[in-house]
Design a protein around this ligand. Sequence first.
Ligand code: ATP
Length: 250
Amino acid sequence: MININNLTVEVEGKQVLHDVNLDIPEGEVHLLLGPNGSGKTSLMMTITGYPQYEIVGGSISMMGKDLAELDITDRARLGIGMAEQRPPSIDGVKLKMLLDYLLADHPERRNEIDSLIKSTNMDSFLNRNINEGLSGGEIKKSEILLLISRQPLFAMLDEPDSGVDIDGLELLSSMINTLFSPMRDIPAKRRTGLIITHSNRMAEYIHVDKTHVMLGGELICSGNPQIIMNKIVTSGFGSCVECKRHESIS
Ligand SMILES: Nc1ncnc2c1ncn2[C@@H]1O[C@H](COP(=O)(O)OP(=O)(O)OP(=O)(O)O)[C@@H](O)[C@H]1O
């Protein structure tokens, strides 16, 4: 579904990604870990198509289509969706307006979205400006609700668990599982996705196929989610550097 080859990216003249290679097959959900400032958000912003993230080497393709040929709007039309870490509030744009817009061509999704709004206690947000005055956890719920309404083929979540309390995490995880559950039109397939997180709690609630670790703008490790997370929890990201060195020696 997503193929990233030798990707190098600059923002404001600074190289933030170096020679990144990453494949996410259709129907798989991958986690992206890494210390603060390592380039995780930059990777998602580049895939989404924010123009300040300039591809200076390599390529990204989705379903065989080179994303360099598409601007941010065309990438959204192709099926790329992202729940941002800190989405902006938009004066005059209500959550209800966005949902109505997204569901206009998909009336069959309306019942599911209405019951999700009720079960997640989001009724009171509907007539407020998007993200304005919402708590950290409420913003995350609103972002994921919009993604579920849109149903992108490839969904990226940037730290969906940050600022979410323990009870809220269970609710949010059930929303994320709804997002990635088998697709209505192709029931055998899960939605494809990439999730940035700093905690091991996500993988407890959501089935993850593979984990990647980013350090200094490079993807330095990929593999079994549980093994990688255990290693980081016990020995920190330094263990990933050691692991990479060892692998390149052997
Ligand atoms: N628009 C920008 N202008 C200047 N520097 C930027 C910009 N976007 C990202 N950077 C820099 O790129 C580096 C990587 O940032 P990025 O947000 O991708 O890291 P991250 O791994 O997502 O961090 P965190 O875990 O803290 O969210 C940082 O040094 C950041 O300051």
